[in-house]
Write a protein that binds this ligand. Sequence first.
Ligand code: AQP
Length: 343
Amino acid sequence: MDAQWRAPPSYHWPMTRVFSGIQPSGALHVGNYLGALRQWAVDQHDADCFYCVVDLHGLTTDHEPAELRRRTLETAIGLLASGLDPDVCTIFVQSHVHEHSELAWLLECTATIGELRRMTQFKDKSAGLESVRAGLMTYPVLMAADIVLYDTDRVPVGDDQRQHIELTRDLAVRFNSRYGATFVVPEPSIPTVGARVMDLQHPERKMSKSVDSPLGTVNVLDSPDEIAQKVRKAVTDTSAKMAYDPDAQPGLANLIELLAASTSRTIDDIVATYPNYGSLKADVVEALTEVLRPVKARHEELRGDPSAIAQLLEKGAAKASSVASVTLRRAQQAIGLLPPGVI
Ligand code: AQP
């Protein structure tokens, strides 16, 4: 066997390798920013980071082709506006790197239908649909392929992705134990505050790009007036008791977390400071407006030059492919596929 295909992990020592992705399923919201993107921008200075707009994941539910293309570009602009620097990290579109789909098949043949059916996002997203696309059940396997292709050590994500990272780890371990050391087994990295920003109108469910909740979702590009209107109308409760209790007072807990995540204040400090919900909401408006201000300003600069974005995505894809192709070949060899030209 060709030794380069079966070199044991970790392949990129001493740099930690980081990978994460985002679906082009709608406008970026403050949950995406505080739960994930802000951390991505920090990580790019300490690790070898690969960040991806996962457009193939956008095919799992109803979509308009032209709209998917528009959102893919818009999401890439959102990543740059969030502080990602293409000279420091690798930014690309998933479908530009064919290795993602190819490795996904090898991992589909490693996963079981039972474990995919147990994914809570599959249960939530398929609930009530008359016809469920097979891809909606198998996309966590594609996500596992996205991650292990880059010999990823760490995956910065929001709390909603915890179960998918667990599946990725299970598949990597299973593949390694069946076919020999092939994949690095990644660790999730989930922020302590802001990991699950809830919908302002329905604080029992997370803020989501693809759910139509105009007053419940604070978008990264919202104006200060829109932020103020949404936060002022945010659902709280009638008890008026200042406490951090996500089960009993989920709306209030969400506002407290939003303030903690957008400032350097602790939850205890916030609970002790505010006499009533009104003054808390006023400070949440101010904190969100401030934290999003630089993102909006960069977005304004970037949106005027889509061809520059297209070029940097092409460059990112070439770099990503140079890493992904090595991992894919290693996995193909391990699982028993005959390399072309070899007898
Ligand atoms: N509400 C949230 N709070 C904190 N983090 C969040 N993330 C998503 N929603 C929240 C994190 O953002 C990153 C990118 O998310 P994604 O595009 O992979 O899709 P998602 O997790 O399914 O998020 P959305 O915004 O709710 O999209 P749709 O509506 O398409 O499902 C991830 O790291 C995620 O954890």
